[in-house]
Design a protein around this ligand. Sequence first.
Ligand code: NDP
Length: 311
Amino acid sequence: METEKVKCLIIGSGPAGYTAAIYAARANLSPVLYEGLQPGGQLTTTTDVENFPGYPEGISGTQMMDDLRRQAERFGTDLRFGVATAADLSKSPYKITIDEEKVIEAQTIIIATGAAAKYLGLEDEKKYAGMGVSACATCDGFFYRKKVVAVVGGGDTACEEASYLAGLASKVYLIVRKPFLRASKIMQERVMSNEKIEVLFEHNAVGLYGDNGVEGVHLVKRMGEPDEERYDLAIDGFFLAIGHKPNSDIFKPYVDTDETGYILTEPGTPRTKVPGVFAAGDVADPHYRQAITAAATGCMAAIEAERYLLG
Ligand code: NDP
């Protein structure tokens, strides 16, 4: 297999990866960055980013990632398409296989692979994938103009997706398993005051039906309780917004992770237990998961990589 040696390899192209690249490139580390399956990462599937300091009017997630990408490129980052498919971090230089066809031998690695949307685990989610099931309202909402959709989840993402979809769809059901929303107050208020959104508290989706794509969802109200109710609700689209799974699988044999798979780093730093290997952004952050915190840890990781290379 073809092998290439690099000083600093950055895996991932969200705010963490691109910020690491900006700093690493400006420190002359000649970083090589692989963008992964979804260049720009999760922010490219969000609507407006209204809480990133410096954008008083907000900015679209796609535009922000495009700007970050161009900034990384401007300082000489070698940006490449490709997915890291295997890792050997047993000794330096560390080996990362790209698309099962090329090996990068890196002195330092910044893991900024982010996290991916979780699904409920229903067979029907697979059956109707791309036929009414989606984990990204911004990507797919367009197809549901004037239709009826359901969003599963009670966090900020679910509320954001429900509000976004309410701007397109005729009706949005928010399926929440608890009797309350976990989302921040402002997002809860946005959802509760939107006439098009109906919140179904204490509901679980247990299956989907339809001959030609999703035509409805099987619901259970107060599942497991004596007054449990089962009924079907006609919908055209089923959106998941129940959290994320960190993309850390290939690194797990070498770095410590928590039970969900988030990479554990030395507190207050992006250092993993492997010297010269750093983790930044959502792959190592179960708590904050914000663009600004991801960018900050990307910056920290690049500074750490520079110091590590200086010995
Ligand atoms: P969260 O983990 O906050 O919420 C997940 C939601 O999905 C919860 O309501 C949870 O229910 C529900 N859920 C999980 N698994 C299941 C299941 N199997 N069946 C039914 N429901 C399920 O994830 P988010 O993606 O919403 O948010 C992640 C982080 O990102 C948070 O810190 C959030 O604040 C932040 N965020 C901020 C935004 C902003 O500021 N604009 C926008 C989006 C996200 P339960 O409550 O019962 O556990």
